[in-house]
Design a protein around this ligand. Structure first.
Ligand code: 9MR
Ligand code: ZN
Length: 542
C-alpha cells in the first residue's frame, strides 16, 4: 500500500492531489509541527491501465499555507515529505540546466564550477571521417570537432538530438526570459549574457562545426563503438564524423535560425553567422532529397534513425520564415506544401520535431505565417484537449496511454506538458488555468506521483532515482550522482539485461522501470530529457 506524491512539492495556489493504491481516510500532516492541516477521504478513480492499479485520489488543494507536509492514512501508511510553497521548483529549474554543464566535452570541469564532479578535458584530439577510418586511409583528413555536450550516458554527440535540446531551451528563453536569468556557476557566469544562453552557446559552437562545406550537416560524431564505463578523459578512441543526413541538416537549419534571433541582442557576430549557416543548410535541403542514416556494420553508437525528414523540413521552413524575412516567399511556399501533409504538428522529440513548427508559427509577433496560423492553432488545441481527456480518465492525472511508454517515456510525458503550456499561453483565463493545471499534472508524475513512487530527477525528492546509466556517474567513485538529471523512465518493452532480469513479464508499462546503472533502456539520461523540464519549470516558476 502506497501513497504517491510530487516529492518536490505543489505550488501553493494550484490544485494539489496525491494518488493512493488503496482506499483510505487521510490526514495532511505538517512535517514540522506534526499537526493535522486537513483530513478527508480518498476518492475512488478505479482501475488505471498504465499502472495496473486501483487508484484513489487524495485532494488537499484547500491547504495553501507554505510548509513541509506528508500524507498519513488511517492504517499508518505515509507518503514522502513534500513542500507546499510559492516557488517550489526554483532550485529544480537551475539544476536541470546546470546538469548540461556536466556534459561539456573538450574542457576541464573544475572544482569551482563542478564541485566534486570534476574531470580533465576529454575528447580533445582531431576527428576523422568514417569512410577514411573504415578504409584505413593513410594520413586521413583531420578536423577539429571538439566541444558540445555529451549526448547522454555515452560520449557521442549527435546533431538532431542537440538541435532538439537547444530548441527546448531557446524557445523557453524566448517565451519566459524573465524566468531564465539564473546564475548557473559556470565559467562564463557574470558576463553580459544570461547563463542559460552561455551554456547553450557552448553546444551551438560545436554544432556549427558539424556543417559540411556544402551546407549539409553530419548526422553524428562518435567513436565506432561505445566506450566502456570509464571517465570521459580516459576514452582514447578515435572520434569519427559520420555522413550527412537530411534530418540533421533540417534540424540544424531550424535551430540556427532560432539561435540567430535569440543571440542577436548579445552576440551580433554569432547571430549573423548562425543565420548564414541556417540558410546554407536550407539550400542543401532544397537540392537534396531525403538522406537517412544507419550505422555501418559493427558500429553500435546511437543511430537516431528516422524514416521521414518531412517534419524536420517543416520546422526549418517555419523557423526561417520567421527569421529570414528577405526570403519569406520561398519559405512560405514550402510551409504550404508541408502543412498540407498528414503528419503530426504537435511533437517535440528527436524523431518528430513538428511541434516546434507550430510553436514558432503561433508565437511569432510578426505573424509571418499569416493564414496558416489558424490551422496550427486548431491542431494544437485539439491535441491539448485530447491530453486533458486522458488525464481525466487517469488515476495519476497523467496524459499517457499504455502504448506511450516507449524508450524515454519521460520525454513524452514532458513534451505533452510543453504542449499544454503553449495551449495555456494562447487561451483566455478559464481555459488557460485548466491547461496550466494539466501541464502541472505531467510534472507531478515526473516528480513522484507515479506507481514507482519515484522522482525521476536525481537529487530532487526523498525517493529520487540514484543510479543513472551514465558513464561518469559510474566511474567517478562518488556515491551520489550529479543532481538534476532526468531519467528516461519506464519502457514497456525494456531491452537491457538489468531490466529484463528484474522486471517480470506482464508488468504494466508504468512499472517497467529499474533504478540500475546498467539499465540503459529505462534509466539513461540525455540532454533532451532534461531540456523539456527546463521549459516546464521555467513556466511554473514565479
Ligand atoms: O532513444 C533512443 C531509442 O528510441 C532507440 O531505440 C535506442 C536504440 O537505438 O537509442 C535511444 O537513444 C540513445 C542513443 O542511441 C544514444 N544516446 C543515448 C540515447 C538514449 O538512450
Ligand atoms: Zn568528451
Amino acid at each position: 500500500m502506497q501513497i504517491y506524491v510530487n516529492q518536490v512539492g505543489y505550488p501553493q495556489n494550484a490544485r494539489k492531489v496525491a494518488a493512493a493504491n488503496f482506499p483510505c481516510h487521510f490526514q495532511l500532516i505538517n512535517a514540522l509541527t506534526k499537526q493535522c492541516a486537513l483530513d478527508g477521504t480518498a476518492r475512488t478513480k478505479g482501475f488505471d491501465d498504465c499502472s495496473g492499479e486501483e487508484v484513489y485520489q487524495i485532494d488537499f488543494s484547500d491547504v495553501t499555507v507554505p510548509g513541509s507536509y506528508y500524507i498519513l492514512a488511517e492504517n499508518g501508511v505515509q507518503s514522502h515529505v513534500f513542500q507546499i510553497g510559492e516557488n517550489v521548483y526554483e532550485s529544480l529549474k537551475t539544476a536541470v540546466i546546470k546538469a548540461l554543464y556536466f556534459q561539456r566535452c573538450g574542457c576541464e570541469l573544475t572544482e569551482k564550477h563542478a564541485g566534486v564532479y570534476t574531470h580533465k578535458a576529454c575528447h580533445t584530439t582531431p576527428s576523422v571521417f568514417l569512410d577514411d577510418y573504415i578504409n584505413k586511409v593513410p594520413d586521413p583528413q583531420q578536423l577539429d570537432m571538439t566541444g558540445g555536450w555529451h549526448d547522454a550516458g555515452d560520449f557521442g554527440r549527435y546533431s538532431s538530438p542537440a538541435a532538439v535540446a537547444l530548441a527546448h531551451l531557446l524557445y523557453a528563453y524566448e517565451l519566459f526570459p524573465d524566468k531564465l536569468q539564473m546564475d548557473l556557476n559556470i565559467p562564463e557566469s557574470g558576463n553580459d549574457m544570461p547563463d542559460l544562453l552561455n551554456e547553450c552557446l557552448y553546444e551551438l559552437t560545436w554544432l556549427m562545426k558539424m556543417q559540411a562545406p556544402d551546407g549539409g550537416v553530419y548526422h553524428k560524431l562518435t567513436s565506432f563503438s561505445h566506450a566502456g564505463f570509464i571517465m570521459p578523459e580516459e576514452d582514447s578512441a578515435q572520434f569519427l564524423i559520420y555522413p550527412v543526413s537530411s534530418m540533421a541538416t533540417a534540424d540544424f537549419a531550424a535551430v540556427m535560425a532560432l539561435a540567430s534571433r535569440v543571440y542577436a541582442p548579445f552576440r551580433s557576430d554569432f547571430s549573423e553567422q548562425a543565420l548564414t549557416a541556417a540558410k546554407k543548410a536550407w539550400s542543401w535541403l532544397d537540392s537534396n532529397p531525403y538522406v537517412g542514416f544507419h550505422n555501418p556494420a559493427g558500429s553500435n553508437t546511437g543511430e537516431y534513425d528516422d524514416e521521414s525528414d518531412l517534419d524536420e523540413r517543416l520546422w526549418a521552413s517555419a523557423e526561417l520564415l520567421r527569421t529570414d524575412k528577405e526570403n519569406a516567399a520561398a519559405y512560405i511556399e514550402k510551409l504550404k506544401e508541408y502543412s498540407a501533409l498528414p503528419i503530426s504538428k504537435t511533437d517535440f522529440g528527436w524523431t518528430d520535431v513538428s511541434g516546434f513548427a507550430t510553436l514558432t508559427i503561433l508565437f511569432d509577433p510578426d505573424h509571418s505565417a499569416g493564414d496558416f496560423e489558424a490551422d496550427y492553432k486548431k491542431v494544437l488545441f485539439a491535441e491539448a484537449d485530447r491530453l486533458c481527456k486522458l488525464q481525466a480518465g487517469s488515476g495519476y492525472q497523467l496524459a499517457m496511454q499504455p502504448e506511450d511508454f516507449v524508450w524515454g517515456s519521460n520525454m513524452v510525458v514532458c513534451n505533452r506538458s510543453m504542449l499544454l503550456i503553449l495551449a495555456s499561453l494562447l487561451s483566455d483565463s478559464i481555459e488557460a488555468a485548466a491547461y496550466r493545471e494539466a501541464a502541472l499534472n505531467q510534472l507531478h508524475y515526473l516528480l513522484g506521483r507515479n506507481a514507482m513512487d519515484t522522482s525521476y530527477v536525481t537529487g530532487f525528492g526523498e525517493n529520487a532515482f540514484k543510479n543513472p546509466h551514465n558513464r561518469p556517474t559510474y566511474a567517478d567513485g562518488i556515491e551520489l550522482p550529479m543532481p538534476g538529471w532526468v531519467s528516461g523512465g519506464p519502457f514497456k518493452a525494456p531491452c537491457d539485461e538489468a531490466a529484463i532480469e528484474r522486471i517480470p513479464a506482464g508488468t504494466p508499462p508504468m512499472k517497467c522501470y529499474v533504478d540500475h546503472v546498467d539499465s540503459y533502456s529505462t534509466n539513461e539520461i540525455t540532454i533532451y530529457w532534461n531540456s523539456p523540464v527546463a521549459f516546464m519549470t521555467a513556466f511554473f516558476s514565479k
